[in-house]
Design a protein. Structure first.
Length: 558
């Protein structure tokens, strides 16, 4: 059981309710996504909160799909959402639930509201409904259809259900108060006509309940005790309460918390869908997307996302969280579990002239210094090796300590190496380095005590494996997504350098058998995961995150 003085305000409410005996100490939450897109990192915060509360208080959490909008919902989204919840480490009790399971009951309750004079059929066009509703600082005015008799409303509502109206020709509205300060109480729509095929109920219905009408009653049917949602639903709560009280059924408590807003990240499902449909990203699981499936493909771990959600906490105030905090969470976890390997992103060949041709040896390399049980591996060393092009400069500045003509560096786990000659092609590009090594420095230590200022990684040229490496930057050029222009022009906010593909990378031969999703630290380069595009002919890696927050350093320099 969670203890007082160590909890957020949501858990404090539940703790107080449990201690007071409310609901007989029972705690039940739910995670209620709409199946109209893939889940993103903001949903992960809600998943961790709702399922976490259930675990901490010995309760249960339902997974319920609020599927009231058939034109935008698909079974594909249902399947992806269930996969994401399970991948994050949570399991719902029993079968996944659907609001569509309750359509018959919701309809009967709507009939009840009509019979009690609390709902009516309105035939105002949508634009006139909006005009009649008024503005926040002035009252609305009643629909001319508001005072229809109960019998007429029942007849018209049945006509709506039987297909007698076209889309948009009629709605069922609650009869509340057209002068209410809260706009959601100005006779809100409960049902609308939609001649659309539903992914579960087929063509049984041509009227569908609105989200606001459905949500509270679904919570009530499931006996949810605490209906936790984000702050944008705070103004909806009076309608949530009105519907439950007007029908006279079990009344859950709605509690709102601040949603997650991340720098350089768009969270609107509408905008994410635009990215997919416009081809600016490859798919919902493109590693540039803030979707859970995109993060999974990029190499994030469920542990790192749960850790991030715990760090940011639960508040009542909207704020903007630095994406660097999320990236640090994945670094911290991968640092403990990711095997170390060598990967050369931009290779340049090195010929060690004083190493015998045709000879080779094996060097011992540590698999993970954070894990004493990880042991070591053998890596081959020979006359020809690759180093990363960034580790060499022909005319280096003062603070560049890596390889340069006449300079000595340490090859990690191997020897000291000195560059003697630079080979260029006709275009003047460096294509090869001629070097010598010191055989007395095996293991990277000099018997005469001389020091070098840099250690670089390398790969044996004979057995290095070809790989494609995809490097990622932030999706949005804007740090604060709220600063983006709305409308179609917001797509200009996409960072044109959000993905860079390197086709000529080299990796250790052991990685040829790596499985999709496996993560590794390429020493000095960052953390990388095997992408689903990998084939037997060519490995493909996504860089999950750099070893350090290079983006933050770049911002400071600017």
């Amino acid at each position: 059981m969670t203890e007082k003085n160590s909890v957020d305000f949501v858990r404090q409410i539940i703790l107080d309710d449990s201690e007071s005996g409310k609901h007989q100490g029972r705690v039940q939450t739910r995670f209620p996504p709409e199946p109209n897109g893939y889940l993103h990192i903001g949903h992960a915060k809600s998943i961790c909160l709702n399922f976490g509360i259930a675990q901490e208080f010995g309760g249960k959490c339902n997974l319920r799909f609020d599927d009231t909008n058939p034109e935008k919902e698909e079974t594909e989204y249902v399947d992806s959402i269930m996969e994401d919840v399970r991948w994050l480490g949570f399991e719902w009790e029993g079968e996944a639930l659907f609001a569509s399971n309750y359509f018959d009951q919701l309809y009967q309750w709507a009939v009840q509201l009509i019979k009690e004079g609390k709902a009516y059929v309105c035939e105002l066009p949508a634009e006139e409904v909006s005009q009649f509703r008024g503005r926040w600082n002035e009252p609305g005015k009643n629909s001319p259809f508001r005072d229809r008799s109960v019998d007429e409303n029942l007849e018209l509502f049945e006509k709506m259900r039987s297909g007698g109206f076209k889309d948009g020709e009629a709605t069922l509205r609650a009869k509340i108060d057209m002068s209410a300060k809260n706009m959601y109480l100005r006779d809100p729509t409960l049902y609308r006509v939609r001649h659309a095929h539903h992914h579960r109920t087929g063509d049984k219905w041509c009227i569908y309940p609105t989200y606001d009408y459905t949500h509270g009653q679904s919570d009530s049917i499931e006996k949810v005790t605490h209906s936790v949602c984000t702050l944008e639903f705070e103004n909806h709560r009076p309608l949530y309460d009105w519907c439950l009280d007007a029908i006279g059924i079990f009344h859950p408590q709605q509690i709102e918390f601040a949603r997650l807003n991340l720098t350089h990240t768009v969270m609107s499902k509408r905008k994410l869908l635009q990215l997919v449909e416009s081809g600016l990203v490859d798919s919902w699981d493109d590693p540039r997307m803030p979707t859970i499936s995109g993060f999974r493909r990029k190499g994030y771990t469920p542990e790192s996302i749960r850790s991030f959600c715990a760090k940011i906490g639960i508040t009542k105030t909207n704020s903007l969280t630095e994406i660097g905090l999320l990236e640090q969470s994945i670094r911290e976890h991968l640092n403990t579990i990711a095997p170390r390997r060598f990967g050369i992103l931009n290779p340049i060949k090195v010929v060690i002239e004083n190493y015998a041709e045709g000879e080779s040896e094996e060097r011992d390399a540590i698999n993970n210094p954070q894990d004493p049980d990880a042991g070591t591996r053998k890596i081959k060393f020979g006359r020809e090796i690759y180093i990363d092009r960034e580790d060499f400069m022909e005319d280096p500045p003062k603070k560049f300590f890596r390889l340069a003509p006449g300079r000595e560096v340490r090859l990690r786990y191997a020897y000291f190496l000195t560059c003697n000659e630079v080979i260029k092609n006709d275009a003047g590009e460096v294509i090869e380095l001629r070097c010598t090594y010191d055989p007395a420095t095996a293991g990277g230590k000099s018997p005469d005590g001389r020091k070098v200022k840099a250690t670089i990684h390398w790969l044996n040229a004979d057995d290095a494996v070809d790989a494609e490496v995809r490097l990622y930057e932030h999706l949005l050029s804007f740090e604060n997504p709220g600063d983006m222009e709305e409308g179609p022009d917001w797509l200009k906010s996409i960072n044109p350098n959000s993905r860079t593909v390197l086709n000529n990378a080299k990796v250790e031969p052991s990685l040829a058998s790596a499985s999709v999703g496996e993560s590794f630290q390429f020493e000095r380069m960052g953390y990388f995961a095997v992408d689903m595009d990998s084939t037997a002919e060519k490995l493909v890696f996504n860089r999950t995150v750099t070893l350090k927050d290079d983006w933050a350093k770049t911002k400071k320099m600017k």
